[in-house]
Write a protein of this length. Structure first.
Length: 486
């Protein structure tokens, strides 16, 4: 893809009242911008959108610019935009079991990055207001390669259009967006019209998901899950760690998983019953499940089963993306749709607030729907990326020999760019992208530790829905961005 046509809705001026540690504390402008994406032969593919916030009437090139996106794949940037690092955030009830009905409020965000950097939120094709053109082949963007190609084009086009080539550039990606961010770092640097990315922030990193998925024979997946299980049990008052600080419990669980559980799981069915029972008793103290159940499962506890087991005696199931949220368990034998606890508590508020803000504050047409997510995108997604196909065992088609070495892009980017820096932020109560998986990523991939900042938060996959975690995340990211200019 080589050509993008841009147009911009009129800029709108805002005044932030929050202090300079979070929001702007000054006047800033915001606008929507459409990017018409074309293939290399000039044929149209579709439209993507960016939402830009610039500090002051005309931000200069000395200001950093940070490109922000969520993941899915097929998810808009709404979560990081109106929850995480944008100038405003959805006011989520502090009490996790409060109601989910309107009225919904938008409030100034102390966790905003606008004091440290100009912000560009990217909604790729098929998310937000973005869409495929009539007759365009979805396969052009429905995969790792097509996705990173058109998002890289959007970033370059934005920098050219706004006179920002030469500005310090940062990428903030969440979930699948962490895969996108890692590939963008090398894609932008290696193209003919090159852009050097200074910093990449991974929020809920998913780069090593192949290694940490809990397949029956994959020991790493079960070991990496233990800190998450311990944090969740601690929050709900289960297990034997209730009186200790969360950070201490998680650190102890991490050490135990590596030194005790891992070696036992590697021996598999060769572990004597007495030793199995002993380790199961220790495990029960961390995760809050009965010792006999852990023995029956041979110490292998899937995160999905755990969500349904921990509070089964209370008739409750835990959230997928934030296990602090719960819903009553469905009544056996009674038909009805199932709901995911975290989504039930958050989605309606984000739907209403995002639509209202885009229409009333940024001038978007009221009759056009802003889609938080496209549920069909993931179904046809091609996760294979080109650089791994030629490696030993690589395969361009789905197969047991396919390689998904997304961390290789971080290794290469940091190796050739001595000023490159990496941020990894993870929520303790996230069952999808866990603290243990993030630590495994940093331990196994030859990344320079002196240029990596790792942080953990008392929250879930979108840890920033918790106001205290949002403020901490924002402060950590502002420090991360500022460090390179000192």
């Amino acid at each position: 893809m080589t050509h993008i046509d841009d147009w911009t809705l009129g800029a709108h001026e805002f005044v932030a009242g929050i202090d300079a540690n979070g929001g702007a504390g000054a006047r800033f402008t915001g606008h929507l911008e459409r990017h018409a994406v074309r293939a290399g032969d000039g044929s149209p593919i579709g439209s993507a959108f960016t939402t830009t916030y610039l500090l002051g009437p005309a931000a200069g090139s000395e200001r950093p610019v940070t490109f922000v996106f969520n993941g899915g794949p097929g998810v808009s940037s709404v979560w990081l935009h109106f929850g995480g690092v944008g100038p405003y955030r959805v006011a989520v009830p502090t009490a996790l079991r409060e109601g989910i009905l309107p009225p919904y409020r938008l409030e100034e965000n102390p966790g905003s990055l606008l004091a440290a950097t100009d912000l560009v939120f990217i909604d790729p094709i098929r998310t937000g207001y973005g869409a495929l053109d009539d007759g365009a082949d979805p396969a052009l963007v429905a995969g790792v390669e097509g996705d990173v190609a058109h998002v890289a084009d959007i970033i370059l086009a934005w920098l050219e259009r706004h006179g920002r080539l030469g500005s310090r550039v940062f990428l903030v990606g969440e979930s699948y967006g962490t895969i996108r961010a890692s590939l963008l770092a090398t894609r932008l640097l290696g193209r003919d019209n090159s852009v050097a990315v200074e910093g990449v922030a991974l929020i809920g990193q998913a780069l090593n998901v192949q290694e940490t998925t809990q397949r029956p024979g994959n020991v790493v997946g079960f070991v990496a899950a233990v800190p998450f299980l311990a944090a969740t049990a601690h929050f709900h008052g289960r297990g034997a760690n209730g009186g200790r600080p969360l950070a201490e419990v998680v650190e102890a669980a991490h050490r135990w998983s590596l030194e005790r559980l891992g070696p036992v799981l590697l021996r598999g069915d060769q572990v004597p019953p007495a030793e199995l029972a002993e380790v199961a008793a220790e495990f029960a103290g961390f995760c809050g499940l009965p010792q006999e159940e852990l023995v029956r499962r041979r110490l292998r506890v899937s995160k999905e089963d755990y969500r349904r087991m921990l509070l089964a005696d209370e008739g409750a199931v835990l959230g997928l993306t934030d296990t602090r949220y719960t819903l009553p368990t469905a009544v056996p034998g009674v038909a009805g749709p199932e709901f995911e606890p975290t989504s039930v508590h958050l989605d309606a508020a984000y739907t209403a607030i995002s639509h209202r803000f885009f229409v009333e504050s940024l001038g978007a047409p009221a009759h056009v729907r802003y889609r938080l997510a496209d549920p069909t995108t993931h179904e046809g997604w091609d996760y294979q990326e080109a650089s791994s196909v030629g490696a030993f065992g690589g395969s361009p088609m789905p197969s047991p020999f396919a390689l998904f070495d997304y961390p290789a892009h971080l290794r290469s980017w940091m190796r050739v760019n001595p000023g490159a820096r990496l941020f990894v932020g993870t929520g303790h109560y996230d069952s999808l992208t866990t603290v243990g998986a993030a630590r495994h990523l940093l331990a196994q991939n030859g990344l320079p530790g002196d240029r990596v900042l790792e942080r953990h938060y008392e929250g879930g996959h979108m840890m920033y829905t918790d106001p205290a975690a949002a403020a901490r995340l924002g402060a950590d990211l502002r420090e991360f961005i500022a460090d390179g200019s000192r």
